[in-house]
Design a protein around this ligand. Sequence first.
Ligand SMILES: Nc1nc2c(ncn2[C@@H]2O[C@H](COP(=O)(O)OP(=O)(O)OP(=O)(O)O)[C@@H](O)[C@H]2O)c(=O)[nH]1
Ligand SMILES: [Mg+2]
Length: 398
Amino acid sequence: MSIVTVQLGQCGNQIGFEVFDALFRDSHCPQGLCSKRENEAYQASCKERFFSEEENGVPIARAVLVDMEPKVINQTLSKAAQSGRWKYGQHSCFCQKQGSGNNWAYGYSVHGPRHEESIMNLIQKEVEKCDSLSGFFIIMSMAGGTGSGLGAFVTQNLQDQYSHSLKMNQIIWPYGTGEIIVQNYNSILTLSHLYRSSDALLVHENDAVHKICAKLMNIKQISFSDINQVLAHQLGSVFQPTYSAEGSFHYRRNPLGIDWQVRPPVSRLPTLGKMSLNKELHFNTSIANLLILRGKDVHSADLGGFKDPALYTSWLEPVNAFNVWKTQRSFNKYEKSAALVTNSQFLVKPLDKIVGKAWNMFASKAYVHQYTKFGIEEEDFLDSFTLLEQVVASYCNL
Ligand SMILES: Nc1nc2c(ncn2[C@@H]2O[C@H](COP(=O)(O)OP(=O)(O)OP(=O)(O)O)[C@@H](O)[C@H]2O)c(=O)[nH]1
Ligand SMILES: [Mg+2]
């Protein structure tokens, strides 16, 4: 099963490069504790998912690169080619001369429809190279114009054209102290549109990853490249193969197969506005946790803590809400490693903050004309606010 990655905008392309590089490097690391045969199966599985082979033996990333300006795409292509390890396909890029100037509406309503056919054709060509398609991995920032606006447009198209394939978006949450004045507008528009067309949003906050670089890695001058390597590392440790079942030595073929659809029984759905954020969230209640263990002693790890019903919302049994994936193959030369993917209240506060800031700006109509000029109406903003407030309320009520 293969994944087609779509890298959009500066952020999406820079992160995409690091992700492929991390995946490739890891699959060519020493095997650690697992047997040669298991290691070969691991490499083959990684390759089938993320790379196709070219004639001269250099693997080619199953990726489509999209940006509205050429600079970042050119840098990304040459970094991959210079690595000598893997590269991007010769005809896998789409770029234009001018970006979206951090305007979501421009990315979504102008660049989107204008370049829809070319971009969707590139994606289709990549899909045709897969023997079997597991889904799409779409990497983008939430705050710019191209990745966020065009990214939302492309995701919607993928939903229309490949409704049965999984669409998973990696989105980068902007730094809290604004780099871009309209970043909160762009963010709410991105989130509300992806909510309707994507199956899963994987979120990383720039502030949080920055902190990891500063505090845990002691990096003094932190660059996007440092941040992206941390991100790629985390994503790699989630996406690399794991065994399909307890005691099995077969790697699972479907890499994205967790239940992203967990929903409360309808009768217990919270009503909008019933709950307020003023009630401090003291505990991070989860809907679903996926733990991925790699390396030594994975089979004897004590996971009791993750099975405590207190971690989960009352209408879910831990057995349904908690998953663990394992393999003895070590990740990136680490003797042991663990990664956690969690669907929990973790994002409620950052989300509430962004919605609040966007609302304050919207109340004074600031910058709204830059959006209405390109076809995003006040009504669209209001719809986004309503939807995201509902999301905040639902998560608060867990
Ligand atoms: N983690 C990370 N964040 C990035 C990177 N590049 C940009 N960002 C973040 O992305 C947001 C800006 O979006 P960009 O990706 O630069 O915008 P774009 O998609 O190229 O859109 P336009 O330039 O407006 O056409 C800001 O929140 C930045 O902090 C990167 O390489 N890594
Ligand atoms: Mg850009």
